[in-house]
Ligand binder design. Structure first.
Ligand code: SF4
Length: 368
């Protein structure tokens, strides 16, 4: 049968495209670090508390890990779908390298499905559904350095589901003199978390609510493992901050604020920064209003009264509770306006006015 020119070119080109596509997919595919082999080529993922049991050629809940013939693979190693240079205050980290920029990256995928997700377009996608760039660890570290960023932030989606990449990139970063900061929901098992703690310099946990009911209905996850994560990070001695997004009518009761503040003080101590941030209607919660300012101020007042030292209000640019105050002399030691640092009154991690140590990672000084 005679072929026209177009059919001939398509037929000749297709195997070539297929080979190139397979080759490009292979760059992102690496054997997963945390799983268990089961009979009949099944595997059990041991990365997050879901413990997905997965048949051959199937993927876990997060959509970025696949069973191939009884071995488990991440499909998102070095597969960066978002990269920006952001102020570290945007993550937010307030006691970690203030006033610096973070080279911020994400891959597709997440192990929960929060109804208020701001980045649902990447977090709820499979890797093939979003445009990505191949960004191997050494290149990422070099790009951060070249851009003048003292840290790489793993953020926007959920770094737990691309943990192998985070571990490798953090190592490459350290070799290049660049720190690593993780922004996570903290839904991870203890073993991978400990490995992460050994490699990275700071972890911010989004504590999404303070009841199992909220976690079940709004997050599709569980509270208890996230609290375990916070306790483990503290024990491992990695710098940690907590963000609590206050959603009107869903996680904003006095009881939750008080329970949270008491838990933080008794299990983590009074020095862990706690940020109450304003919710803006997003994704599946577009029907709700933004958080009223008095609710955020109430959350802060309750936590202050419980004895926490560093309680912030976020997403309200210009609010006085964006600044850091010395718990001893009450003077402002880091003055902020939005993401901008207006004044730094610290001397080697100590209050310049009364010499009280302020916990955090300040330039070359760490006080944990
Ligand atoms: S990381 Fe993904 S595959 Fe593994 S248990 Fe969690 S959701 Fe399942």
């Amino acid at each position: 049968m005679a072929m026209d020119r177009r059919t001939f070119l398509t037929a000749a080109a297709l195997p070539c495209f297929a080979a190139r596509a397979a080759e490009s997919e292979a760059r992102f595919t690496k054997e997963a670090k945390f799983y268990e082999k089961l009979p009949y080529k099944k595997i059990k993922c041991k990365l997050c508390p879901r413990e997905c049991v997965i048949d051959d050629r199937e993927r876990g809940y997060c959509g970025v890990r696949e069973n191939r013939g009884g071995a488990y693979y991440t499909l998102v190693h070095s597969r960066v779908c978002a990269a920006h240079i952001d102020p570290i205050e945007k993550k937010p980290f307030f006691h970690f390298a203030p006033g610096t920029m973070a080279f911020s990256v994400a891959t597709a995928g997440c192990n929960v499905n929060c109804k208020m997700c701001q980045n649902w377009d990447i977090s709820q996608s499979r890797p093939e559904q979003v445009d990505s760039t191949y960004f191997p660890p050494e290149r990422l570290a070099a790009a951060a350095r070249q851009a003048g960023c003292p840290s790489i932030a793993y953020t926007y989606s959920e770094p737990v589901v691309f943990v192998e990449y985070v571990l490798d990139a953090a190592e490459a970063g350290h070799a290049a003199g660049v720190k690593s900061a993780v922004v996570t929901g903290g839904y991870i098992q203890e073993d991978p978390l400990k490995q992460l703690c050994r490699r990275v310099d700071a972890i911010k946990v989004d504590l999404k609510g303070f009841s199992e009911k909220f976690y079940k209905e709004v997050v599709n996850g569980e509270l208890k493992p996230v609290l375990n994560t916070l306790a483990t990070i503290r024990k491992q001695g990695v710098w940690n901050e907590i963000v609590y997004l206050v959603i009107p009518g869903l996680n904003d009761s006095e009881q939750e604020f008080q329970g949270l503040a008491r838990w933080v003080k008794s299990e983590l101590g009074p020095d862990v920064p706690l940020h109450f941030t304003r919710f803006h209607p997003e994704y599946l919660l577009k029907n709700l209003a933004p958080t009223p300012l008095p609710t955020l101020e109430r959350a802060k007042a309750v936590s202050d009264a419980e004895g926490l030292h560093y309680v912030y209000i976020g997403n309200v640019p210009g609010h006085p509770a964006e600044s850091t105050y010395c718990p001893k002399c009450r003077r402002a030691v880091v003055e902020r306006a939005g993401y901008v640092i207006r004044g730094m009154h610290l001397d080697q991690g100590k209050c310049r006015f009364c010499k009280q140590p302020i916990p955090g990672v300040w330039g070359g000084t760490s006080i944990l």
